[in-house]
Design a protein around this ligand. Structure first.
Ligand SMILES: [Cu+2]
Length: 149
């Protein structure tokens, strides 16, 4: 009785060991391969991200110095949203977005036309009054120019 039980234990031990060792080795090898290929995948996007950062660097914060004469378009907004200018003066719109924009007067009295990224468009205001304008591509974008004599 006792000897039969022992034999059974020895058999099952041997069965566990033999397939166990090669399985473990190949599992480790697969895991190592998976880790190596994961590392390779993660490195690829880095150059693209770096060049994107470089491309967006030159854009910001240059034009806002002359109050009333320059409007920067960024993040789908005119900045400043309301400006004042005197009759006959020029207002320069600069588009800092990658999306195209316009500054188009509600009454059609001025229109920069389509401004691609980093394009500038200037308008001349020739009449006193308050003029609201919008973006032809994104009508929710609105601004005003107050023109004084
Ligand atoms: Cu727009």
């Amino acid at each position: 009785m006792g000897s039969e039980a022992l034999t059974g234990d020895e058999l099952s031990d041997k069965r566990r060991w033999r397939p166990g060792a090669p399985l473990l080795a190949s599992t480790l090898a697969i895991a190592a391969l998976a880790l190596a290929s994961c590392g390779g995948d993660e490195e690829e996007p880095e150059p693209a991200a770096t060049s994107a950062e470089e491309a967006s660097e030159p854009a910001p914060s240059g034009g806002a110095a002359e109050e009333g004469d320059a409007v920067e378009i960024a993040d789908f907004k005119y900045a400043p949203e309301a400006i004042s200018a005197s009759v006959g003066s020029e207002i320069v719109f600069t588009n800092s977005d990658s999306a195209p924009h316009t500054a188009t007067a509600d009454d059609g009295s001025f229109d920069t036309g389509r401004l691609a990224q980093d394009d500038e468009g200037s308008i001349t205001v020739e009449e006193a009054g308050e003029f609201s304008y919008f973006c032809d591509f994104h009508p929710f974008m609105k601004g005003t120019v107050e023109v004084t004599e």
